[in-house]
Design a protein around this ligand. Structure first.
Ligand SMILES: [Zn+2]
Ligand SMILES: [Zn+2]
Length: 123
């Protein structure tokens, strides 16, 4: 029993998902070579699929407008389901503010969802 608990402890989310690990390192390299960090489907900061951590405050970037409602000056909330992500402004409530930056967030989340599901199906 103790042994099992130990095993579970050392098997981190990243180590347990070879697809994630592979895509993470490929995108780390691509980013160094000029890939737009916002186009990534994995997160270089949290080391997860983008859709798993896009709700973190670290993904609100007022300077570029990612997960940000400019008219309200407030962060957008993110709702992720099986196939897509939706952004929602808690202040103005008009749904996804349609900016290039926010469209990019949604697009990257969709790709990351698809990539993680492809891994599950492959098993
Ligand atoms: Zn992240
Ligand atoms: Zn707003």
């Amino acid at each position: 029993m103790r042994r099992r608990a130990h095993l579970r402890l050392v098997t981190s989310h990243e180590a347990g998902d070879p697809t994630l690990t592979a895509v993470l390192s490929a995108e780390d390299l691509a980013e160094e070579l000029g890939l737009d960090p916002h186009a990534r489907v994995t997160c270089g900061l949290h080391r997860r699929w983008l859709h798993e951590c896009v709700g973190s405050p670290d993904h609100v970037i007022p300077v570029t407008g990612h997960r940000w409602c400019r008219p309200c000056g407030s962060p957008l909330e993110v709702f992720v389901d099986e196939t897509t992500a939706r952004l929602f402004c808690p202040r103005c409530g008009t749904g996804t503010p349609d900016t290039a930056a926010n469209r990019q967030v949604v697009r990257a989340c969709r790709t990351s969802l698809a990539a993680s599901h492809a891994h599950v199906r492959a098993l």
